[in-house]
Write a protein that binds this ligand. Structure first.
Ligand SMILES: Cc1cc2nc3c(=O)[nH]c(=O)nc-3n(C[C@H](O)[C@H](O)[C@H](O)COP(=O)(O)OP(=O)(O)OC[C@H]3O[C@@H](n4cnc5c(N)ncnc54)[C@H](O)[C@@H]3O)c2cc1C
Length: 357
């Protein structure tokens, strides 16, 4: 009789773990607090931009991801209104949610073909944790209550979100301002956009207004609806990354597989979905792979906290510096990143960004 594995969280990492375990002959039951697939409706549908080597990542997870990851064509960085065209080689956008063009739809359809069972409206609760069978996988993403119930250190973030259909694809931007510790960004794919202005402190309506004015002035884009939301990220401690919590296996962002600098979480969630499945079938390999994928976390964590956050308030100074050097010269310097060789010991496709991969 096949062994049953329970997975909590029908987001991207939970579904990748489910596909890999079902292929190994396990009976897989995926539980989610929502009423259907597509991830947390607070955030999805959405579009996410990330550095990724689609071919190598597909190979690692055993799923062809190329139909849903689309190359970014342009991604300007703005320091207030000063614009620098950033290099975009190896940067992709992917759609999340339950629209036909999303990553979740691709993964969910494969789960169904493999006979994975789903239990909707079925949240993981604190009182259930001691009763969960060994090797239950928890893949609850950025949900603060999940971090609380498992005792995983996390940082809260706050932000304004807008999303919907738009007449372009493959275009992103990043905006830096003193009103936020992180950034404002738009990403677009499949004629859908997602715009997020976020920070580890509350983001005022005045900062949102400043961002909206910036968008109209520089990009000619205006959105009607914005909602205020937030979540948890596993970057509260340099020791955050963990594949196991007691007898449970962690997958996705809750395992700490997130880049502490720019908070890229897509790539980490993709590969740790596979790592979580390996933790059931080949624990030693899973431990080694998890360590390999998250080995830059500490370094990036300290860079973010000791260097980045100290310099982050000086957007105006950066702006003055860029203009003094000359925008074209700065863009030429930035474009050299694309031509740089990988750092020694780097994993091809995972290494250019200062992060865990
Ligand atoms: C607004 C926003 C914008 C982002 N933008 C980017 C970006 O541009 N680039 C990038 O690389 N990363 C980005 N990220 C991060 C990235 O999207 C996440 O790190 C990644 O999607 C998380 O995948 P996951 O598999 O860990 O969880 P998810 O795919 O989020 O899935 C978690 C699942 O767990 C379920 N769940 C939650 N609590 C429970 C419970 N108690 N019981 C049962 N089920 C539960 C949820 O309903 C959901 O289905 C962004 C994140 C957010 C929130």
């Amino acid at each position: 009789m096949a062994k049953t594995i329970d997975i909590y969280g029908a987001g991207m990492s939970g579904l990748i773990a489910a596909i890999n375990l079902a292929r190994e002959g396990y009976d897989v039951v995926v539980h989610d607090r929502e009423k259907g697939y597509g991830g947390d409706p607070q955030y999805n549908p959405s579009t996410h931009t990330t550095p990724i080597d689609v071919e190598k990542t597909s190979e690692y997870v055993g799923i062809d991801l190329s139909p849903v990851f689309h190359p970014v064509i342009r991604c300007p960085f703005y320091f207030h209104d000063t614009k620098i065209e950033a290099p975009v080689k190896g940067i992709y956008t992917v759609e999340r949610g339950n629209r036909p063009t999303s990553l979740d739809t691709l993964l969910y359809n494969q789960c169904k073909e493999l006979g994975v069972q789903f239990s909707w409206n079925d949240p993981l609760k604190k009182e259930d944790i001691p009763k969960l069978p060994k090797n239950t996988i928890v893949a609850c993403g950025l949900t603060p209550s999940a971090y609380e119930m498992l005792g995983i250190p996390y940082l809260r973030w706050y932000g304004w979100i807008s999303r919907g259909e738009i007449g372009f694809s493959g275009y992103s931007w990043i905006w830096l301002d003193e009103g936020i510790t992180e950034y404002g960004y738009l990403s677009s794919v499949n004629n859908y956009y997602f715009n997020l202005l976020f920070s580890i402190r509350h983001v005022s309506k005045e900062t949102l207004k400043k961002y909206q004015d910036f968008m109209v002035r520089n990009e000619g884009v205006e959105h009607e609806e914005w909602i205020y939301t937030g979540g948890a990220v596993p970057i509260a401690s340099p020791d955050n990354p963990r594949l196991f919590q007691g007898d449970l296996i962690l997958a996705g962002t809750i395992s700490g597989a997130m880049d502490p600098m720019l908070w890229f979480g897509i790539l980490g969630a993709t590969v740790t979905g596979k790592v979580a499945a390996l933790a059931v079938t080949d624990r030693e390999r899973a431990v080694a792979d998890f360590r390999r994928f998250t080995r830059r976390f500490r370094q990036a964590y300290f860079m973010k906290n000791k260097v980045h956050y100290r310099m982050r308030p000086y957007v105006r100074l950066n702006e003055l510096l860029i203009n003094a050097i000359g925008v074209k010269r700065v863009e030429k310097l930035a474009s050299m990143v694309d031509r740089m060789p990988l750092l020694p010991g780097s994993i091809p496709g995972f290494a250019r960004v200062m992060g865990c991969f």
